[in-house]
Write a protein that binds this ligand. Structure first.
Ligand code: HSE
Length: 427
């Protein structure tokens, strides 16, 4: 039976889960995959952590050089996170001809062109299923499941931290700050939650997924990004009263106009399959020209779900002689022939604070009319203490730039205190 040696760089949550899966399933993979996968080495500065997982002392390496020079190591798993050291270690492994499996979305998003070049040079594999949506096999689905299709649309809830926060806000009516604290207490959100709540994590993943789905490089810089830190309990409650749930969505679309990629909070109508994806769960809803709609649902983070994705890459690499690389020209920036759409189409939800007197609504609707924006719903709420009233408006599908222009005009109208919220709506 073929024997394959693995080294794991970093025994944190994901590295520990990977170690556990590999050691507990060794005989199972011998039986079902006809391969003997052995953890030959780990790189973990906290030796106690390694020993607590049951790693024998002689398998704990002291530095990356020991691992890349070890002839028994065929596959190096990078799960240390961050960019600088991870990039150095991954390049060292690839340059030594080792196949690399990584869960590092930021590294892969920013440097996949460089890593892929090094891998191809040495005929080494480079696999990254765990970089996007944890245990949900979205990358393999794009590469090996729906590859017969032109993918026209991909809408995902691909960040569990923000989905947990928005679910709590929806179910308890609590503020963003309270729900963030709860997410931190439970270990879903980091002490510095910026990467999750401001949409960076989702945008790194969307850059990787849309490059694969649309077969052209979609750099991070092309992704429109807005986070959830400005979302209020009032908006969630008003949206719910209108039949919507608020989600942080990652949206990728491809049409003759070009590629549209965006990460932002959006109201999803209650009957939409993504509306019932709650707590820290993730899902991706794909549409292909032949297959139609496909939805994948599962855990986007955690030791064993992300470990499952890593081990699926290890098994793939261990059981295939040909390496699989990107289906697009993997350069640092976008291909010059790829068009990107920034004036995308969407429906919108807006909350305004206005004076409650005759003629104000007429002024607002006149601005909408001038910008070709049609209203679907309009709700006037009870007056605030200062006598002003909140207005909630939902529009038909219109253009992003028309809405931005209309909002600027409405903000300047006499009798309108301010436009408080603008959120996109997916119907
Ligand atoms: N922090 C991510 C999330 C998981 O909350 O979904 C890793 O990408």
């Amino acid at each position: 039976m073929k024997k394959v040696g693995v080294a794991i760089l970093g025994l944190g949550v994901v590295g520990g889960g990977t170690y556990q899966i590999l050691t507990q399933h060794r005989e199972f993979y011998q039986r079902t995959q006809n391969v003997d996968i052995v953890v030959e080495s780990v790189l973990e500065l906290n030796r106690e952590r390694a020993r607590a997982l049951g790693v024998p002392s002689d398998k704990i390496a002291s530095n990356i050089a020991e691992i890349v020079s070890d002839p028994d190591v065929n596959i190096v798993v990078e799960v240390i996170g961050g960019v600088d050291a991870a990039r150095e270690y991954v390049l060292a492994a690839l340059n030594a001809g080792k196949t690399v499996v990584t869960s590092n979305k930021e590294l892969f998003c920013k440097y996949s062109h460089e890593l892929e070049r090094a891998a191809k040079r040495q005929n080494a594999g480079l696999y990254f299923e765990a970089s996007c949506v944890g245990g949900v096999p979205i990358i393999r689905t794009l590469l090996d499941g729906v590859q017969a299709n032109e993918i026209t649309s991909m809408i995902g809830i691909i960040n569990g931290t923000t989905n947990y926060i928005l679910t709590r806000m929806n179910e308890e009516g609590s503020s963003y700050e309270e729900c963030l604290k709860e997410a931190q207490r439970l270990g879903y959100a980091e002490a510095d939650p910026t990467a999750d709540v401001e949409g960076y994590d989702a945008a790194y993943k969307l850059s990787i997924l849309s490059s694969l789905a649309f077969h052209t490089k979609v750099p991070f810089s092309k992704i429109f990004r807005e986070g959830i830190s400005g979302v209020s309990a009032e908006d969630i409650a008003d949206g719910r009263a209108l039949g919507y749930m608020l989600k942080l969505l990652a949206i990728g679309k491809q049409s003759e106009a070009g590629i549209e990629v965006r990460v932002h909070p959006a109201f999803v109508r209650k009957g939409h399959p993504l509306a019932s994806v709650n707590d820290s769960f993730n899902a991706v809803f794909l549409t292909g020209d032949s297959v139609g709609d496909v939805m994948l649902y599962g855990r986007g983070a955690g030791a064993l779900p992300t470990g499952s994705a890593i081990v699926s890459d290890i098994i793939y690499a261990a059981t295939h002689t040909e390496n699989k690389y990107s289906t697009f020209k993997n350069t640092a920036g976008a291909d010059k022939d790829t068009k990107f759409v920034s004036d995308f189409k969407s429906a919108y939800y807006m909350r305004l604070t206005v004076e409650d007197r005759p003629g104000i609504l007429a002024r607002i609707t006149a601005v909408f009319g001038k910008h070709n924006i049609s209203i679907v719903e309009l709700m006037q709420k009870p007056a605030c203490e200062d006598g002003k009233v909140p207005l909630v408006i939902v529009t038909h599908e219109t253009r992003e730039l028309s809405v931005r222009a209309a909002v600027a005009r409405i903000n300047a109208l006499e009798g309108v205190a301010h436009v408080d919220t603008v959120l996109r709506v997916v119907t």
